[in-house]
Design a protein around this ligand. Structure first.
Ligand code: FAD
Length: 390
């Protein structure tokens, strides 16, 4: 198994990787080598916050100056940026879900499209690199970033399949399946995120960065941006709710499996963990995705040595709250995505607290990454202060 679903495994990987997060990472990170040891492979852990950005950045800054690790630090902040961008434009996620439902309806009625979609998902297109990545994703739950870009580009511009079906295929199979990074990553490749700017997978680029493992022929040579509405105006940045006095339950979700920081704000009487992987897609998620989150929750339960209630639906969350006489549920903020959608059906009041890492950064995710990137040195000041305390 490439990703053990425990916090210990996440910390081990971070300890192993941090020394190479400087110039080695910057020069080698674009190579899609089979072992993927030029990149951190921390994403399944970071996505579920089995380790946090705080821990990753603090560890990396203990080994490198911010300048030497600039590239890696920027990548860590890409996830933060995408989340903050989507938080301020949730209709982009709703439109993706509508586009996905429309594409799934077409799949039901158009036999040709259905056959092409199934061939793409099962790695049976005859395009060797694409098929290999489809198998790798199904087998391991992970793909290198460059492979994700090439795969999405071939899906959209060579196979001419709806991009929403590709985003859904990723979200159902990636252990790190993240509504913001995934939806916006696909939109970026399709040319609807940075409007008019597409990403074309080029055979020479694939050959170079797979070190000749793949030398594809017959790929699209032109990537015309897909039609799309302009990006919506920016809305509010979420802020933490206020915790009044009362009896509270603590709800843990797959969006934050390091919930200790919540106890700085509230002393809950009960704790429950909600695995919301089934809400990632209208279709079934891959078994290994659900099992990864289940095992990560079990690992957390063993670490906090407290019995966890295990609701699997919004209704069961309300039943847990009622049975335990809770006035409200307190939780770490769940960003735009399937879990947050499911929680809108919970009737018990929910007070969400936004982690300082997100609260500091999200307001800057107002426009493109270039503008956001300029704020990273300021955002890192928090980590300098933490380092001085070590
Ligand atoms: C079409 C497409 C879909 C994607 N879908 C997802 C997804 O569902 N979930 C997901 O976590 N990432 C997604 N990414 C982003 C990126 O590919 C992965 O985060 C990265 O490959 C994870 O591998 P790593 O941990 O070895 O990365 P490293 O290169 O070691 O990077 C370190 C960390 O930085 C963050 N990061 C790196 N690159 C990106 C990026 N481009 N966008 C956002 N964060 C990044 C991740 O947290 C990662 O763990 C997608 C990218 C594309 C192009």
């Amino acid at each position: 198994m490439m990703f053990l679903p425990t916090r210990t495994a996440a910390l081990d990987r971070l300890a192993q990787f941090a020394p190479q997060a400087g110039r080695a990472y910057a020069s080698q990170r674009n190579y899609d080598r089979p072992a993927h040891d030029d990149v951190s492979r921390l994403s399944p852990y970071l996505r579920h916050r089995m380790i946090t950005e705080d821990e990753v950045l603090t560890s990396v800054l203990a080994h490198h100056s911010a300048a030497a690790a600039e590239k890696f630090i920027q990548e860590v902040y890409w996830r933060t940026y995408w989340k903050g961008w989507l938080e301020q434009r949730p209709s982009v996620s709703a439109n993706y879900r509508m586009g996905l439902n429309a594409a799934l309806n077409r799949v039901q009625t158009e036999a040709g499209l259905r056959a092409e979609w199934e061939a793409a998902c099962s790695g049976d297109t005859g395009i060797a690199c694409f098929d290999a990545w489809a198998h790798e994703l199904a087998d391991t739950g992970y793909l290198h970033n460059h492979a994700r870009m090439w795969f999405a580009s071939i899906w959209i511009f060579t196979l001419r399949l709806p991009w929403e079906l590709g985003a859904d295929f990723f979200l159902r199979h990636l252990l790190d399946g993240d509504p913001a990074s995934n939806t916006l990553g696909w939109r970026w490749v399709a040319g609807v995120q940075t409007v008019g700017k597409t990403y074309l997978a080029r055979p020479d680029n694939i050959a170079k960065y797979t070190e000749g493992r793949f030398q594809p022929a017959g790929l699209a040579t032109w990537a015309a941006p897909l039609d799309a509405a302009p990006n919506p105006d920016r809305g509010q940045v979420p802020v933490s709710g206020v915790v009044p006095s009362g009896t509270f339950g603590h709800l843990i979700t797959e969006d934050d499996l390091s919930p200790g920081w919540i106890f700085d704000h509230v002393t809950p009487t009960q704790t429950a963990a909600f695995n919301g992987t089934q809400y990632r897609s209208p279709l079934a998620v891959a078994t290994q995705v659900d099992q990864f989150v289940e095992a990560a929750i079990e690992d957390l339960s063993a670490r906090i040595a407290a019995p966890l209630a295990r609701p699997r639906t919004p209704l069961q969350i309300d039943e847990w709250a009622t049975q335990n006489g809770l006035d409200a549920i307190v939780m770490s903020y769940s960003p735009v995505g399937g879990t947050a959608d499911a929680l809108t059906q919970v009737k018990t009041p929910i007070i969400s607290l936004v982690r300082p890492h997100d609260a500091d950064a999200w307001p800057y995710a107002s426009a493109g990454f270039f503008k956001f990137k300029a704020k990273i040195p300021k955002l890192l000041a928090r980590y300098d202060a933490q380092m001085r305390l070590l």
